[in-house]
Structure formats: structure tokens, C-alpha cells
Design a protein around this ligand. Structure first.
Ligand code: ACM
Length: 519
């Protein structure tokens, strides 16, 4: 028995270290298994490109350099190849070049596989990032490994012309209910980039925690950033330098960060930090539970708006993206008239600091400004205020909680998550049309989709991944793929074919019985 047992242990250890990856992780994937599905794809049977030790990543446009860097960073550890990034096309390898086709727009790309080259053509840095995301999925899954793997590194002959259905494909992470380190957040950002997610929304303040250093209001993090749900204590916040590093990391993956400071409700952490933010001048106790709707900034005090302006000014100065999210949800302790007064004062502050407001949909009842963006998070198919805004010309971001809230349990046996919006199995997350979901909000009104992940019950990267996979790729599919390919029977095997990739990357996922998983 003893020698046999030793052999078994050795095999397990090799697999666990990632040094030996077998099965479908080795094979060139089927191009038609891409997620999200490209707008147009043609396969060329008998044509294969093979990445070799002498392959270069060749640029004819500096716009492609950030995407080239991401590709090299991904492929060098697994292939062991040098993959130098060079300017000008001198031979075989991967070529990133400009596109003559204006129809590709700001995010589109073309990808052509020949025996000698993979050529990606795009008009923009974003287009090159999207082309790279596709190329990564055309390579064997083991290309994503962090340790050296044996080749061959083949890509099947394919021509793709691709543009997104919607210009906004987002994911949100709540770092307030539970705090996540910059390394944990970067790990999630890296996962988003694989699926052409282009916006990352950080929920930076709530009742339980204030998570970003504000230099003019230092107690926000000193007190308000000192704990979280469940009562853990520590310096649970990002310095401005750490936030800038996160923003730069996202940018190096083609992702724009949208910071959120939730107000006038969901503000207990701020009210615990500064007595003057409370109408009675008394600091609130820190809160480590999971209730909502009990806090409100003091609407009648001028200092409230000095506070908001200081936060908006400091955050705007270190946020290159054009958007600031002001929350505005579940302000159950702010009377309606006060809520309107608050928004009337706050929306111009955001504009003054050069940002466009996004808010949870409740805020849209207070303004007729067509530049601001309501994010629908309800569970109904009607919302009069959002429909009226769409009629006026506002773009709507779709996050229906009973469809794409990643914190909803898959089913009654899911250990993590909540179920106030119901159970959301993979098929539920997929089975709706963002462009025909809300009455009066049609395809042309929809800016895109965002998958929020609230973290009352989520504490680790493994927890994040279990809730996001496979539903995050589902949201990416809804946001990017043409409506014409929407079909569960065809989608489910494509989704299942992603599993070898997740295994190579150590991504924890929900092995839903609805999906025919590739081993
Ligand atoms: C929300 O879920 N309260 C936006």
C-alpha cells in the first residue's frame, strides 16, 4: 500500500503546483467557443498559426502598446518565450496595426489568423485590448498559466470582425461591506479584462466603511475605515497612492474605474467619523451589521455640501475616467423633499469638477439633465422615472438585481450571498434582453450592463470568484455579443468550454448543473 499511496500524492502535488496541466487545457480552442461571441467570425479549416520561440509582438501603432504589453505579460511565463515588443513588421508573430475601417468604431477590431501571423487591426487602444482578449481565448487554456508549460501554442485559422453591442460592460465590487486589498482587487480586474469588461465600478463608501483616503477629511478613513461587516479591525482603506495604482492597473487592462461615494444614505461610516455631518452634532457609532436605510447626511447643513465638494474634488483629481457614481439608493432615512434638495446641490458639484454623474436609479427622479446616467437595479419591468429619463434622452445602465446581481445565491444551497431578489442561476442571468427589459427603455436607450457584487457575505478572492463565475462571463456576453446570437442551447457549451481556462488560473467557480462543462 505505501508506495502506491506515495505515487498518488506526488501526482496530486504536481497538478496542484500548476506544473502539469493536461486534457483540454493543451488543445487549440474552438474559435466558436469565444465569450463574448464576436459579431462576425469565419473559420479557415486547415490553417494554423503556431507561436514559436522567435515570435515577436510587432506594432505599427503606439496605440497598441498597452495591449501588446498585457499580451506579453500573459504569455511569457507560460510559453517561456521572450516575445519582444518591436516597432515595424519584420516577420512572423503577432502584429498589432491600424484599421482602415471606420465601421470598427472606438472599440472594434479585426483579427486574422494566417500560418505566419496573427494580425489584429483596430482604430484605438480599446480595440487592441479587445483583440488581445480574443487572441488569449484562441490560444490553449494553459497559455494563462503562471508557470512554464509545454507547447505547441497553436491558434486555429479564423477571421473575426468584432464590435460591441453596448459601449458599457461593467462590473462593480463593494469594498465597503468587506474590504479587499489592492492585490485582491487587481486579481478581479484581471479576470474582468479577459471578457472585454471595460468599466470597473468601486463602491468605496457605505454604512460599514469609508475606503478611500480624503486628505481634507482624514478621520473618514482613520475612524470610518477601521472596521467592516463582522467587526474585523485594521487600516481597511486605500491611500490615494494605492487608489491611483489600482486605477493605473485597470487602465493597463483597458478598463476605466468609476469610483462611487454613496449618498445621502448609506453614510454611517462618514457620520461616525465626523460629528458635524449629523444634524444633532453627535457622532454615530461604527456599524458592522448588514442592515440598510438607517443613515442620512444632514441635508440642511452647509458643511454637508463642503464635505461632498471636498470628496468630489479630491477623487476627481485622481480619477482619469469621466464618471463619478454618487449612489443615491435606499435613502429611506432622507425625506423625499430633502433627497431632492440634496441632489439639486450635489449634481452641479460633480459637473463643476468635470465628471459625469452615474447614480442608482432613484436619483433620476430629481433631475431632467440628460447627461446623467441612471443605473437601474430594480427587479420590476416597469419604472416610470427611468422610462421618463429614457424618453428625454438619458442613457440607462442596466443592472436588474434579479438577473445580474452577482451577490444573489444561485439556488437555496449556495452558501454565500443573499436572496432578496431571488435565486439567480446561470440561465436566469442569461435569459433576458437588456434592450427590451424595462418598459419604455429600448435598445437605443441602453448604455450597457453592469454586474454588481455586494459583499455582505463575501470576504475572500475565492468568494468573489464563486459568485462571479460563471455569471460575470454571462454579463459580458449580454453586453458585447449581437442580440442575434442569443440562444441558451448554443451559449451553454461555450460557457462550459471556459472551465479549463479557469482551472489553469485557479479561479473558483460555481459548477452549475445547468452548464455542460468541458473537463
Ligand atoms: C442597491 O442594491 N441598493 C443599489
Amino acid at each position: 500500500m505505501a508506495p502506491h499511496r506515495a505515487r498518488t500524492l506526488a501526482a496530486v502535488l504536481i497538478v496542484a503546483s500548476g506544473a502539469l496541466v493536461t486534457g483540454t487545457a493543451d488543445a487549440a480552442p474552438q474559435p466558436h467557443h469565444l465569450i463574448p461571441h464576436p459579431a462576425k467570425i469565419t473559420q479557415h479549416t486547415g490553417v494554423t498559426f503556431t507561436l514559436s520561440p522567435s515570435s515577436k509582438i510587432q506594432l505599427t501603432t503606439q496605440k497598441a502598446r498597452p495591449a501588446a504589453a498585457l499580451l506579453a505579460e500573459t504569455l511569457r511565463p507560460s510559453t517561456g518565450f521572450a516575445l519582444p515588443i518591436t516597432t515595424g513588421v519584420t516577420g512572423g508573430g503577432i502584429v498589432l496595426t491600424t484599421a482602415a475601417d471606420p465601421k470598427l468604431g472606438p472599440e472594434g477590431y479585426k483579427l486574422d489568423v494566417t500560418p505566419k501571423q496573427v494580425v489584429i487591426r483596430a482604430n484605438s487602444a480599446a480595440g487592441h485590448f479587445n483583440g488581445i482578449a480574443t487572441l488569449r481565448q484562441l490560444l490553449p487554456a494553459k497559455a494563462e498559466a503562471k508557470t512554464g508549460q509545454p507547447g505547441p501554442w497553436q491558434v486555429s485559422g479564423t477571421s473575426i470582425t468584432d464590435t460591441p453591442r453596448y459601449r458599457h460592460r461593467g462590473a462593480m465590487l463593494d469594498v465597503s461591506r468587506h474590504f479587499f486589498t489592492t492585490d485582491q482587487v487587481k486579481r478581479y480586474i484581471d479576470q474582468l479584462a479577459m471578457y472585454k469588461i471595460n468599466y470597473f465600478h468601486l463602491h468605496l463608501s457605505d454604512d460599514q466603511g469609508w475606503r478611500l483616503e480624503i486628505k481634507s477629511w482624514p478621520e473618514l478613513t482613520k475612524i470610518g475605515g477601521s472596521t467592516e461587516v463582522g467587526g474585523r479591525t485594521g487600516a481597511l482603506f486605500y491611500t490615494q497612492e494605492q487608489y491611483k495604482d489600482l486605477v493605473a492597473h485597470a487602465r493597463s487592462r483597458g478598463i476605466t474605474v468609476i469610483p462611487e461615494f454613496d449618498m445621502p444614505g448609506h453614510t454611517n461610516a462618514a457620520q461616525a467619523s465626523y460629528a458635524e455631518l449629523n444634524c444633532d452634532g453627535q457622532k454615530r457609532p461604527l456599524y458592522t451589521g448588514t442592515g440598510v436605510g438607517f443613515s442620512s447626511l444632514c441635508i440642511d447643513k452647509d458643511i454637508t455640501y463642503r464635505f461632498v465638494e471636498d470628496v468630489v474634488r479630491e477623487v476627481s483629481a485622481i480619477t482619469p475616467g469621466p464618471y463619478l457614481h454618487i449612489g443615491g439608493d435606499e435613502a429611506h432615512s432622507t425625506p423625499d423633499a430633502d433627497y431632492r434638495t440634496f441632489m439639486d446641490r450635489v449634481l452641479p458639484i460633480v459637473r463643476k469638477h468635470g465628471k459625469t454623474t452615474i447614480g442608482w436609479h432613484e436619483f433620476i427622479k430629481t433631475t431632467e439633465d440628460t447627461e446623467v446616467i441612471p443605473q437601474f437595479w430594480g427587479t420590476t419591468s416597469t419604472n416610470a422615472d427611468v422610462a421618463a429619463a429614457a424618453r428625454r434622452g438619458n442613457e440607462v445602465l442596466m443592472s436588474p438585481a434579479n438577473r445580474i446581481y452577482l451577490d444573489m445565491k444561485y439556488d437555496k444551497d449556495t452558501k454565500l450571498g443573499l436572496n432578496w431578489a431571488g435565486y439567480v442561476e446561470v440561465k436566469d442571468a442569461y435569459g433576458w434582453n437588456p434592450g427590451a427589459y424595462l418598459d419604455g427603455v429600448t435598445e437605443k436607450n441602453v448604455r450597457g450592463v453592469e454586474a454588481p457584487l455586494w459583499t455582505e457575505t463575501i470576504r475572500t478572492s475565492a468568494d468573489i470568484e464563486y459568485m462571479a463565475f460563471p455569471r460575470l462571463p454571462v454579463v459580458a456576453e449580454l453586453g458585447w455579443a449581437p442580440a442575434s446570437v442569443h440562444d441558451w442551447e448554443r451559449f451553454a457549451p461555450r460557457l462550459g468550454a471556459q472551465a479549463p481556462r479557469w482551472k489553469v488560473m485557479g479561479i473558483n467557480y460555481h459548477p452549475s448543473t445547468q452548464v455542460p462543462w468541458t473537463n
